[in-house]
Structure formats: structure tokens, C-alpha cells
Ligand binder design. Structure first.
Ligand SMILES: *[C@@H]1O[C@H](CO)[C@@H](O)[C@H](O)[C@H]1NC(C)=O
Ligand SMILES: *[C@@H]1O[C@H](CO)[C@@H](O)[C@H](O)[C@H]1NC(C)=O
Ligand SMILES: *[C@@H]1O[C@H](CO)[C@@H](O)[C@H](O)[C@H]1NC(C)=O
Ligand SMILES: *[C@@H]1O[C@H](CO)[C@@H](O)[C@H](O)[C@H]1NC(C)=O
Ligand SMILES: *[C@@H]1O[C@H](CO)[C@@H](O)[C@H](O)[C@H]1NC(C)=O
Ligand SMILES: *[C@@H]1O[C@H](CO)[C@@H](O)[C@H](O)[C@H]1NC(C)=O
Ligand SMILES: *[C@@H]1O[C@H](CO)[C@@H](O)[C@H](O)[C@H]1NC(C)=O
Length: 458
């Protein structure tokens, strides 16, 4: 039989139509099976960027241009996937990644990330290992520090870098003096410390962590990185210490709201102090800037001519996860948040009809169809917003008394701070001779940074 060109074209179109409709994500937000089917397809898309299972790839890292911190964020989403959907497909990959990247000091400061790792980067891995703690993820063998101890090490090393010499407190963006951004204090670094503190308090029942959380939150308010207007918070990016943090970069990112809001929710759930409830509500009000017709979007970059950079494209993932945590821990927020999550999840799923596999997710959920913007951040965001629909029917994050089984160590990481061989910002003292050396390192770092994608914003 001979086919004419037009017949072939019709056939091809039909085949394409059939395959793409069977592959596209069809989400019923009321069905756990449907949610988990969607999540499993999207999680598969995340793993397409993973290099840890390919020959010569690094365990725990995603391919270029994804930085180390974003890998940390991605594994947090995969931990939630295995927990919410009872699907252990990726357990070994997650476990190996968390173990491979903890570094020789067991504190998520691996020496080979020292040209890029900032406080926020360490913080994102810290939040992921905290997720492992609260989700009772497969524990490391005895003899190795548990997820809780690793979380405590992240907290302890970050808190040791709290610095009052400039701006009256806060964390610098960078850990290492040689990295550009060392002279910038920012909300996200401080918010990571804050969120670690509130979660450790709730998990362990140790009040000391709440004192640190209060100090961090208070500082952010005093310095006006968090600004109250009526009962709505604005959350800004940060400021240079050269101005003693008086000239604030007023851009508002969803991940800052995410960590401050869910951290406040953990703090309220643990302390039942209404100060924290007010903060949760005011942050939730402020976060309305990230929604249009209840659909989530990254208002500072999405749809602008400049667009969102690689990092920013993953921010909706953290806002989604944090909204789920918040409504679980502060039930009075549930109706507002549920509307946001359901509308956003449906819109996100509608964008997951692109790419060669037919279910690659797009960036702009407002469009409700694939926009040709694809990547790790798009997959992570869609995964987390869809998974968050299972929050209500799933257990709350465990604590040491309600199902968690992780081994802790309240002083984890502290010896590495005192040890002279460690690479923490606090003990890097630049002497006259080292200065030339650090200049060279800075030059190399800058060359690397400008050669690749530019790190975060500023
Ligand atoms: C678990 O997830 C994997 C990968 O996403 C998927 O292939 C598998 O079908 C899922 N298992 C179940 C029982 O849904
Ligand atoms: C960085 O060091 C870790 C161990 O701390 C190792 O697992 C990883 O492979 C190294 N990464 C690279 C890119 O060499
Ligand atoms: C810098 O800011 C902090 C916090 O607002 C303030 O306590 C301190 O006095 C300021 N320092 C200078 C030199 O202005
Ligand atoms: C967790 O609870 C167990 C048993 O109740 C207790 O032995 C252990 O010390 C607790 N761990 C922490 C970190 O509080
Ligand atoms: C509570 O946490 C603080 C801060 O990390 C620590 O110094 C203290 O030992 C902890 N207390 C207990 C009982 O674990
Ligand atoms: C804390 O979270 C649990 C689990 O969702 C919830 O049942 C409880 O009401 C919360 N506590 C407060 C004070 O909101
Ligand atoms: C947590 O994990 C431990 C060790 O595997 C297990 O004994 C315990 O039952 C788990 N807790 C829950 C709530 O599943």
C-alpha cells in the first residue's frame, strides 16, 4: 500500500495526539491515586536531570546549571513524595545523596563546595535532612550520625555564624570570606536558620531553639527586612553591611515568605503562643502577592522581560511545601491555604503536557498550558504543589514523641567550629599574607561565576 504525504501527515498527527493525550497529566485533585500518579510522572522528570546514577556523575548532584543548593531542595521534595505516596522507588537515591553530600564534618559543608556554598545553601540541605528526620526516613546505621544529629549540626554551625558586629545581628549571605556576597546580609540565610530552629524545637521539645528563632525573627523585623503594614507583612531580600543594612533591596521572593511562615507555624504548634499565630497570619496575608486568581506565581520575575533565573524557577516548590506544613500545623489557616493549593495544583498539572515525554511541566501556571519553559525548578514546583494536596490526609511532621526515630546530638558540629582545620566563616582569619591568596581565590570564583549562570540575585 502506498500512502500519500498528506495521509502520512494525518496519521502522524493522530499518533502524536493519541500519545500526548495519554501521556499528559490528568489530575483529579480529590483522588489520592490520581495525585500520586501525577506526582510519580513528575518525579520521574526530576530524575531526568539527576547525574548521581550516571557513569562519572556525582552522587547528590543534578546536571549543570543546577547548583548544589537546588539539589538539596529537590531531595526534600522527593522525601515528601515517598512519604505521601508510600512509594519507595527513590529511597536509595535519596539516602545516598544525603549521605554523600554531608561533608567530612557531618554538617553539609563539603569542602568541594566552598567556592559557592553560602549560609542559605547549607540551610536548604539542612531543611532537607530535617524533612528526613520528621518523615522518619530510613535511618543511617548506628555509628553514623542520624538525620537529627545532622540537622543539629547545620543549626549549630549556622548559629555560630550569627554576627552582631554589623546591622546588629543576622547571618551574612556567604559563609566564606572569599565568596562574592560575603558583605551582604540577607533574609533567606537568616530564615533558613530560623526555620531549622523552630523545627528542631518542635521535634526535640527543647525550648532553647525557640529562643534562637525568636532572636532571628526579631532581628529581621528590627532591621526592617520584615516590614509590617497593617496586618500584612512585606519581606525584603537583604542589604549590604557597608550601609549597616540601612539600604534594603526591596525585592520580595516567595521562598522568604515560605520559610518564615512555615517556621512560625512550627513555633506556634510547639509553643501555642499567639504571638506566633499572628505572625503566621500576617505572613499568609503578605503572601497573597504570589497569587493571581488563587494561582501561584513568582511575581518578581515571572512574566517580566528579564524572567526568572535558574534558582528562582524553583521557588514555588518551597512556597507550596511551606503552605502545606502551615495548614497542617495551624489548622485555622486551612481554608485559605487549601484554596490556593487546589487551584494552583490544577493549573500546574495543566502545564505538564509538554516535552518529548508529553508530561514535562511548564513555568507559568497562569497560562494553564505548557509554555516551553522547562527544567528542574519547573518539575520541583509542580511536584510539590500537587503533593501538598495530600497534606490533610497524611500525618503531621513527626516529633521525637510521635513516630520519629532519628538519633540526635545537641552539640553536633560544634567541635568542627573550634577545630582549626574547619572551613567555617567564623574561623577564617585573613592575615596580610593570606589576603593576596584570597584575592586570587576571589578572582577564580568570579571567573567561574560569570562564566556560568550568575548566582541568585543582587
Ligand atoms: C512509584 O514511583 C515510580 C517512579 O515515579 C513509578 O514508576 C511507580 O509506578 C510508582 N509506584 C506506584 C505503586 O505507584
Ligand atoms: C564532593 O565531596 C563529596 C564528599 O564530601 C563527594 O561525595 C562528591 O563526589 C564530591 N563532589 C565532586 C563534584 O567532586
Ligand atoms: C547598625 O545597626 C544596628 C541595628 O540597627 C544598630 O544597633 C547599630 O548602632 C548600628 N551601627 C552603626 C555604627 O550605626
Ligand atoms: C527521644 O525520645 C526518647 C524516648 O522517649 C528519649 O530516650 C530520647 O532521649 C529523646 N531524644 C531527644 C533528642 O529528645
Ligand atoms: C537544647 O538545645 C541547646 C542548643 O543547641 C543545647 O545546648 C542543649 O544541650 C539542649 N538541651 C538538651 C536537654 O538536649
Ligand atoms: C499542631 O498540629 C497538629 C497536627 O496537625 C494539630 O492537630 C494541632 O491542633 C496543632 N496545634 C495547634 C496549637 O494548632
Ligand atoms: C519510624 O522508623 C522506625 C525505625 O524504622 C520504626 O520502628 C517506627 O515504627 C517508624 N515510625 C512510624 C511512625 O512509622
Amino acid at each position: 500500500m502506498r500512502l500519500f504525504k498528506s495521509q502520512i501527515l494525518t496519521l502522524l498527527t493522530a499518533i502524536n495526539f493519541l500519545t500526548s493525550t495519554t501521556n499528559a497529566i490528568d489530575l483529579d485533585i480529590t483522588s489520592k491515586t490520581s495525585i500520586c500518579n501525577a506526582a510519580s510522572l513528575i518525579a520521574g522528570g526530576i530524575l531526568d536531570y539527576y547525574e548521581g546514577t550516571t557513569y562519572g556523575g556525582t552522587v547528590g548532584m543534578f546536571s549543570q546549571p543546577y547548583y548544589w543548593w537546588e539539589s538539596g531542595g529537590a531531595f526534600g521534595g522527593l522525601i515528601d513524595f515517598q512519604f505521601f505516596c508510600d512509594n519507595d522507588t527513590y529511597d536509595e537515591i535519596i539516602y545516598n545523596a544525603l549521605m554523600a553530600q554531608k561533608g567530612s564534618g557531618n554538617n553539609y559543608i563539603p569542602a568541594n563546595q566552598s567556592t559557592t556554598e553560602g549560609n542559605d545553601d547549607q540551610g536548604f540541605w539542612g531543611l532537607t535532612v530535617m524533612e528526613a528526620t520528621e518523615r522518619n526516613f530510613t535511618n543511617p546505621p548506628s555509628g553514623e550520625p542520624g538525620w537529627l544529629a545532622l540537622s543539629q549540626a547545620v543549626f549549630n554551625t549556622m548559629w555560630a555564624r550569627w554576627e552582631t558586629d554589623s546591622c546588629g545581628g543576622g547571618l551574612r549571605w556567604q559563609i566564606f570570606t572569599w565568596n562574592s556576597g560575603y558583605s551582604y546580609k540577607n533574609t533567606i540565610s537568616t530564615a533558613c536558620l530560623f526555620a531549622m530552629a523552630t523545627r528542631l524545637a518542635r521535634y526535640t521539645g527543647n525550648e532553647t531553639y525557640i529562643d534562637v528563632a525568636e532572636t532571628a525573627f526579631q532581628w529581621l523585623t528590627d532591621i526592617d527586612f520584615i516590614g509590617l503594614s497593617g496586618d500584612t507583612y512585606r519581606v525584603y531580600d537583604g542589604a549590604q553591611i557597608g550601609t549597616n543594612c540601612t539600604e534594603i533591596t526591596q525585592i520580595q521572593w516567595s521562598y522568604n515568605f515560605a520559610l518564615l511562615m512555615s517556621g512560625s507555624a512550627y513555633a506556634y504548634n510547639f509553643t501555642e503562643d499567639t504571638v506566633w499565630l499572628t505572625r503566621v497570619n500576617d505572613l499568609l496575608n503578605g503572601a497573597s502577592i504570589f497569587f493571581e486568581n488563587d494561582i501561584m506565581y513568582e511575581q518578581a520575575c515571572q512574566g517580566t522581560t528579564k524572567g526568572c533565573n535558574t534558582d528562582q524557577r524553583s521557588f514555588k516548590a518551597y512556597l507550596s511545601r511551606s503552605l502545606g506544613q502551615t495548614m497542617k500545623l495551624v489548622p485555622s489557616t486551612q481554608s485559605t491555604i487549601q484554596t490556593y493549593l487546589e487551584t494552583s495544583a490544577q493549573a500546574a498539572a495543566d502545564t505538564c503536557n509538554g516535552g518529548r515525554d508529553g508530561h514535562t511541566c511548564g513555568q507559568n501556571w497562569l497560562l494553564k498550558t505548557y509554555d516551553n519553559m522547562y527544567g528542574l525548578g519547573e518539575q520541583m514546583s509542580a511536584l510539590e504543589v500537587i503533593l501538598s494536596l495530600l497534606t490533610e490526609q497524611s500525618p503531621a511532621p513527626y516529633t521525637n514523641n510521635t513516630g520519629g526515630s532519628s538519633t540526635g546530638d545537641a552539640s553536633a558540629g560544634l567541635s568542627s567550629i573550634r577545630g582549626s582545620s574547619s572551613l567555617t566563616g567564623t574561623d577564617v582569619t585573613v592575615t596580610g599574607k593570606d589576603k593576596a591568596g584570597s584575592g586570587v581565590i576571589t578572582a577564580i570564583v568570579l571567573a567561574v561565576l560569570t562564566g556560568g549562570a550568575v548566582w541568585m540575585i543582587v
